[in-house]
Design a protein around this ligand. Sequence first.
Ligand code: ADP
Length: 622
Amino acid sequence: MELAALGSSSVLRDADVMTSRERSRQARFRGLLIVLVVVGAPVIGRTAAGVVRYVQGNYAAAAGDFHWPHPGIPSSFLPYVPGLLLVVLLGFVLGGPLLMAGRSPHVLYRPEEIGIDLSDVVGADVVVEEVVKTLNLFLGHRTFEEQMGGTSRRAVLFEGPPGTGKTYIAKAMAAEAGVPFLFVSSSAFQSMYYGQTNRKIRSYFRALQRYGRREGGAIGFIEEIDAIGAARGGLGAGPGREGIAGVVNELLIQLQSFDVPPFSRRVRNAFIDSINRWLPPSRTLRKPVLAQANFLVIGATNRASDLDPALLRPGRFDRTIRVDVPNRVGRRQIIDYYLARKAHNAELDEPGKRDNLAGSTFGYSPVMLEHLFDEALVWALRGGREQMGWQDVQKARMTEELGLAQPVMYTEAERRTIATHEAGHATVAHFAAPGRNLDVLSIIKRREALGLLSHSGAEERFTQTRSECEGLLQIAMGGMAAEEIFFGEPGTGPSGDLAGATRLAAQMVGSYGMAGSLISLEASRAPGDLVSKALSDEPSRQAMEAFLVSAREGAREIITAQRHVVEALRDALLERDELIGDEIAAVIQEASERGPDAAPGPASVIDVRNPAPDGEPPVRAH
Ligand code: ADP
């Protein structure tokens, strides 16, 4: 293999792993041939002679050739057979679990049954690039060792939130490399018998070595490795009775210890040893050096910081690949990937719709996106359709994010108050933060929210300006301001909004330095969260109050000036319970065009065909 190929950005096809596999395949054939020759030759010879004699008519001699003697069981032994069988059976029942308890708990996947490869890992280009580099070193390990003197990496850590594809990528790696994949979950190592957890770890690594030797390489995957590799505390409380320290030590030993030679090698070595005992030191027979088995262990964890630092040192899990939730571009690729595999109508083929969905699913992991489409298919089925459409995806998104709708019987007055409250939020959001997309406006109860406005930034952004924060505060106050203006007093509805607004105000004052003082309360090590720190400091408390009061004034001004918009949204909500995306924008636009003095017309039914592009984290006002 060419050394330069090791740096390739695509997976190596003709690498050392393939050469080793071919070599062990040929060795297997040679072994079979030897067995056939040694054991099979006399049988074949005698049978052939029998056939020849039979053809010549010498039947008696031929019968002798076909008759094979068997040892036979002495009749005096027969009465003991049932008792013996019982003892064997009892031994199996009693001793079996103990013997099995130390077996490696992995599940084996052969490359041909994995069914995905790296081209199926979408929306994670940086990770795939890193993974290909690691894979190429694994595939070309011998060239790397022999020509460059490098030591191949035996362990890699995948760190990232659940559902981001850590197992999926590891499986794809095994499929690309054409090697067995040994999946194990950390909890499977734990055992009720003393010492068995460590034994299981040893068995697992031995299985990796065995497959690595037999098939040129093997990839092991330990899910939630933090459960067995957590930092060793002084108390020793951990999996099973061994304690965390013992388990971590075992892992460390296995990652760095010498390989256990395979059985045939051990027999050969024992034979050479027994001969060498008779020979003078200068004449002793030499034993061939055992090459390291080629395997790669991938540990997956949500929190690498919880792992014992010794596990992360060089030669162990010294490389961490961060697998994160995808960004907007990644989400778009994942949406394309799954829509190509799931029944959908032409509406979902529009690039604008797909972009919109990618924008409004900030924070979604690939598995959440996949699940979103499955949920949308269920909505389609419920509606008697065989393909999902845009509305099904939107409904699925709300179920995913906000929980199932739990319609309750509001009184007529209550319904009106909730609709006015939510319409207030939406109106302020539209006028105070024109850059935001209004995704959902609803008066259907979901979890603890009686109604809600879900809105998100038009772009995927990770920072906000002070005026954007002030805009968010105003949106939060929109519900309360509407209740005050329309009914003369607020009700209990705004409690959730006020809690959210207080938290944001505390951040603006104590963390972002937006209130004049540059002192960060976050830097203080005093107990309590940011809100309690800000509230216990009088100037900060006053600054927070000022932000909140000014936000309420701003919201009141908007609602007074745009009363007709609030009324239009309220009426649309009373009529339809829920407005999604463009439906909200259309009601606002129609009311704005009609102006404040026009008589309120019937709320129109809007065709949601081309919603505005949505963006990052949805914010909800209840
Ligand atoms: P983790 O191990 O990080 O918890 P998984 O590997 O189990 O997550 O991923 C769950 C599922 O999500 C996978 O079976 C796959 O269907 C889907 N998935 C994850 N990452 C991707 C990706 N990059 N592209 C396509 N599908 C993905």
